[in-house]
Design a protein around this ligand. Structure first.
Ligand code: SF4
Length: 344
């Protein structure tokens, strides 16, 4: 099947990465997610290389991601009961937000709380593990024309200067011809280039990336003028800020994965199918005869038709109707790459 859209291409990249990614340390477990990042930058595909034991211990905290406020609590929660303000470092924002995060963490069974007088005490249930070894960011550009390459170059320069991910790649569709070196000339040399064959699901590295220094200070490029006369504007990103952002990105990747499309698309439409391709399972629209995009596959789609009630009533072909069955199937597959999570 040819690539119908950036979305369809992205799914192929995620499938390939989940199946074939070679982590730096061979014993690392791989977790793949799509469309996530920080307020500064959204990456198309994120690959986490994880400590396998840490990943299993992370699962004890449940399938949902923890945001930065909750991570602040989890990472510093003491082994013995203590007043939360004594136990946790000053967050740099009002303590009442920390109190809310403590309660939210307790609601998710991640910490224990008790009241002593009018003081809330906190104790951890289990240590929050150090489970992420490396973060790899992949920008997907199936159709790498000269102007697309130029547009992308500035974004990639920012990624390299900030050094939030350990590696940055561009993935483009394999065309049977070699990628013209002129297209890559604008990219920073530290960025890797991958060609992905959407039919076979195979990929090949045509340029290896350099490992970025995530533990050192980074630079946020705020503005880079086109002319030579004006000055660029930069901002310094300290290693602590980077470490915190990396942990938040990793948590989001853990919670979200790359199959979350079922949540926004319409698997309850009678035309919606999951199809097994050589590259893996992809969503397919029988009315459009291709992979629908996420913006097409909505209730406002002119070809949307609800699945017939009989499909649900008879529990056919899967209990709860195809729509619910598809969501369950995708969720099961996501859980499989997060060992230690209970099967739903
Ligand atoms: S007809 Fe529209 S809503 Fe139904 S599966 Fe196709 S794109 Fe999605």
């Amino acid at each position: 099947m040819s690539v119908d859209s950036e979305f369809a291409f992205e799914l192929r990249v995620c499938q390939w990465a989940e199946r074939e990614w070679s982590p730096r340390r061979a014993d690392s477990a791989v977790v793949v997610a799509r469309q996530l990042g920080t307020k500064y930058r959204r990456w198309d595909t994120v690959v986490l290389e994880c400590d396998p034991d840490g990943l299993r211990r992370r699962a004890a905290f449940g399938p949902e991601a923890f945001d930065s406020d909750l991570l602040h609590v989890l990472e510093h929660a003491p082994a013995e009961w203590a007043f939360y303000r004594d136990a946790l470092p000053d967050p740099g924002y009002p303590w009442r937000y920390v109190r809310e995060a403590v309660h939210a963490a307790a609601d998710r069974d991640a910490v224990e709380t008790r009241k002593r007088g009018n003081r809330i005490e906190i104790r951890r249930r289990r240590p929050y593990p150090d489970w992420v070894r490396r973060i790899v960011a992949i920008e997907n550009k199936p159709d790498l024309t000269a102007s697309a390459a130029r547009d992308l170059a500035g974004q990639l320069e920012r990624d390299v200067a900030l050094g939030l991910a350990d590696e940055v790649w561009v993935a483009t569709a394999a065309t049977g011809e070699r990628v013209e070196p002129i297209l890559l000339a604008d990219f920073p040399a530290a960025v890797g280039v991958l060609t992905v064959d959407a039919d076979s699901g195979a990929a090949e590295a045509v340029w290896e990336p350099r490992t970025l220094d995530v533990a050192s200070p980074g630079t946020r490029i705020l503005e880079r003028p086109e002319d030579d006369a004006s000055a660029a504007r930069f901002e310094y990103a300290d290693p602590e800020w980077k470490a915190e952002k990396r942990q938040v990105i990793a948590e989001r990747a853990y919670g979200r994965g790359w199959r979350a499309y079922a949540g926004t698309m319409r698997p309850d439409c009678r035309h919606f199918q999951l199809r097994a391709e050589a590259s893996g399972v992809v969503p397919y629209c029988a009315a459009k005869e291709r992979v629908p995009t996420q913006s097409e596959c909505r209730g406002s789609c002119p070809e949307f038709e609800p699945e017939p009630p009989a499909w649900r009533a008879k529990g056919w072909p899967v209990e709860g109707g195809p729509g619910k069955g598809i969501k369950r199937l995708l969720d099961r597959r996501r859980r499989r790459t997060r060992p230690g999570l209970p099967e739903e």
